[in-house]
Write a protein that binds this ligand. Structure first.
Ligand code: MN
Length: 156
């Protein structure tokens, strides 16, 4: 396990620096290069403690960037902290802004995109032990594209 993947040391208070970084929290690559498609996104592991079965992460997407289109058994609880964007959950597309809450149910396709002129930053709570994300096959993409707003989201 790379050092950058280690859970942060236990510390009672980590000060916010005013720009979506926290004292002693490292900014990590979102995923390993080549593992899945994504663009202009970083990850910070804010909480990971053996006493909790979840982790709290912060994802920061630059203007025009996006997370991976994926699905998995584990669920996500997301709160938008800054910026503007859109997310796909299942076959619906939602405009998202600060303090909106998004729940991603098990096995629903999902993807987060920052608007062209703004970044998008969000907290994401997730199980500590989780299954590996699945990527859509060509036929699953064809299915998703049957919904006009999904097709337009995927092309944006
Ligand atoms: Mn996911």
């Amino acid at each position: 396990m790379a050092e950058s993947q280690l859970a942060p040391e236990r510390r009672t208070l980590r000060r916010f620096d005013g720009d979506f970084a926290w004292d002693g929290v490292e900014t990590l690559v979102y995923k390993e290069e080549g593992e899945a498609p994504f663009s202009k996104i970083t990850r910070q592991l804010l909480h990971s403690d053996s006493g909790l079965d979840c982790e709290l992460r912060f994802f920061d997407i630059e203007a025009g960037g996006h997370s991976t289109l994926e699905r998995h058994q584990h669920v996500h609880a997301v709160m938008i902290l800054h910026g503007e964007g859109e997310c796909l959950v299942g076959d619906e597309v939602y405009q998202i802004s600060p303090h909106d809450l998004v729940t991603v149910p098990a096995m629903e396709w999902h993807q987060f995109k920052a608007n062209a002129g703004a970044g998008l930053g969000f907290l994401c709570m997730v199980n500590r032990e989780r299954d590996r994300p699945q990527l859509p096959s060509e036929s699953e993409l064809v299915q998703l594209r049957k919904y006009a707003q999904v097709a337009s989201f995927l092309d944006s």
